[in-house]
Write a protein that binds this ligand. Structure first.
Ligand SMILES: *Cc1c(COP(=O)(O)O)cnc(C)c1O
Length: 496
């Protein structure tokens, strides 16, 4: 059972439960298991299974120390009627290709797939500590999307609490309302005077503050944790939708059992696409994974040149959730592609932190390139893709998915291989950008833009987004950077 260890060392193996609770390994590495792929997920009857049944199979393969009953309970709660579609991640035709919609969860973005599950897994890790009253408090700095998805995931999950800080005035109207109207007795949201980097750095300092940690533990039985995208408990739930996509293709008669399928994946932190690699290792016939980036094309440069270089300008684009220079989950792929060479991973990651760059060995790049393709789109190309997809297919894309659509349409089609574009957000999360790409009026507030988009395209905004106008705001606190520690202390004592 103790098969999880750091990408940078194989000592002190952990169970998946411990790996989820720890998040990041003490040496800075990410938790991986060499048992990945040792046994396959049975797909013979997958076309007959529900999303939840597929999840049960995939998660029990990846998290062997959780019992069948525990996983069943987590899955029922994570993928219940908070989803707008019974298929959870429905597959729809898109011209000659398909689109897998990952955005029907409570916050209308794909992070819900992982963040509806992680809290439930995490809540089942507490029993291992000495203190039976111990609670985990998630602490997050957000520039928008992750904060809301984490709030929705942890709200009222027993044994957990969550505090989210966002930079005052630096998130969109919809994003702010999504967070400040969040329900749940264990959630706290606070605006901070500063920019995102200031807030993020302050959160890191709070994590490193031993004195505060001791006080929280002694006075409130609270330990701090993060819902970071490197947590193995966030990665594994995403593996499920690759299998669910395959099952839906089979059900439609679009493929026969065993046919290879290609996935085009909008990615930033490499989490979305890495889950596809895990699916392949578990036996899903994945023929090709295409990494689609926005103008921050550090992954494209890496996959084409073999050099990862984060010393480059950072662009704030219309696809903010893919604006990333250090793609942290890439380290897991490098680990597996080096066949578990922790010394090599150490060297590469040291180079990255000392020089801002590393160079991967050629034979490793050859292995990587045999499975991963890549492409990217700048903001004009994103706008064109949204416009063209609407005109060709009468389908409205959000700016993140549009990066993938652009890349997909530039690639030569492999004969007979079905292509699936992963769609990561509802276009109604970004109504201003989408309207302007479609040549619609993009003035007024976000709700006015949503209504115009709806009228012009005959599509409907997700209820949870449209109903934010006029929803009751619960959290109005604003603190300076220096007041964040005190806010955490107060939130922790309220969480008891
Ligand atoms: C987070 C996010 C992505 C990128 O996902 P990674 O896990 O970083 O690959 C893409 N699109 C949207 C809308 C997101 O929120």
């Amino acid at each position: 059972m103790n098969t999880f260890h750091s990408t940078r060392s194989t000592t002190d193996p952990l169970t998946s439960r411990q790996a989820i609770r720890q998040g990041l390994a003490p040496d800075g590495g990410l938790y991986v298991s060499d048992a990945l792929g040792a046994s396959h997920v049975d797909i013979a009857d997958i076309a007959d299974l529900s999303y939840q049944e597929i999840a049960q199979r995939v998660l029990s393969a990846l998290l062997p120390d959780f019992t069948t009953d525990e996983l069943h309970e987590c899955i029922e709660r994570a993928y219940g009627d908070q989803w707008e579609d019974d298929a959870i991640t429905p597959l729809k035709p898109l011209g000659d290709d398909y689109v897998l919609e990952l955005f029907h969860g409570p916050t209308s973005a794909f992070k819900d797939v992982a963040l509806q599950m992680l809290p439930r897994l995490m809540a089942r890790t507490t029993s291992e500590s000495d203190d039976p009253d111990e609670r985990i408090m998630i602490l997050t700095a957000t520039s928008g999307d992750t904060g809301k998805a984490a709030l929705a995931g942890f709200a009222d999950v027993p044994g957990t609490a969550i505090t989210v800080f966002y930079p005052e005035g630096k998130v969109s109207q919809v994003q702010q309302l999504q967070m400040t109207t969040q329900r749940g007795g264990n959630v706290r949201v606070c605006a901070v005077r500063g920019n995102f980097d200031d807030v993020q750095s302050a959160v890191k300092r709070i994590f490193g503050d031993r004195k505060l940690a001791n006080a929280l533990r002694d006075e409130s039985h609270v330990v701090l944790s993060s819902a970071n995208s490197i947590n193995v408990g966030r990665l594994v739930p995403q593996v499920v939708y690759y299998f669910a996509a395959y099952a839906q293709l089979l059900r439609r008669g679009a493929i026969s059992m065993g046919d290879g399928v290609e996935f085009i994946v909008p990615t930033g932190n490499f989490g979305n696409v890495l889950a596809g690699y895990y699916a392949k290792r578990l036996g899903l016939p994945v023929s090709h994974l295409v990494v689609a980036s926005d103008r921050n094309n550090v992954l494209f440069d890496f996959l084409t040149s073999g050099t990862y270089n984060r010393e480059r300008p950072f662009f704030q684009t219309t696809s903010p959730s893919m604006d990333i220079l250090v793609s942290s989950n890439l380290e897991r792929m490098l680990y597996y592609m080096s066949q578990g060479d922790t010394r090599l991973i150490n060297t590469l990651m040291n180079d990255l932190s000392h020089w801002g760059a590393f160079e991967a060995p050629e034979e490793m790049m050859a292995r990587i390139r045999s499975l991963f393709g890549c492409g990217w789109a700048d903001e004009n190309q994103v706008n064109d893709a949204i416009d063209r997809c609407w005109r060709d297919n009468h389908y409205v894309l959000d700016p993140h998915t549009a990066c993938g659509y652009y890349v997909m349409n530039r690639m030569p089609r492999q004969d007979g291989v079905r292509r699936i574009l992963l769609s990561t957000a509802s276009p109604y999360k970004f109504p201003r950008v989408v309207n302007s790409a479609l040549g619609l009026d993009a003035s007024g507030d976000d709700f006015t833009c949503m209504d115009r988009l709806s009228q012009a395209t005959g599509t409907t905004a997700p209820t949870a987004l449209r109903s934010l106008e006029g929803a009751q705001v619960r959290f109005t606190d604003v603190v300076g950077i220096g007041g964040m520690g005190e806010f955490v202390t107060a939130a922790a004592s309220a969480a008891v």
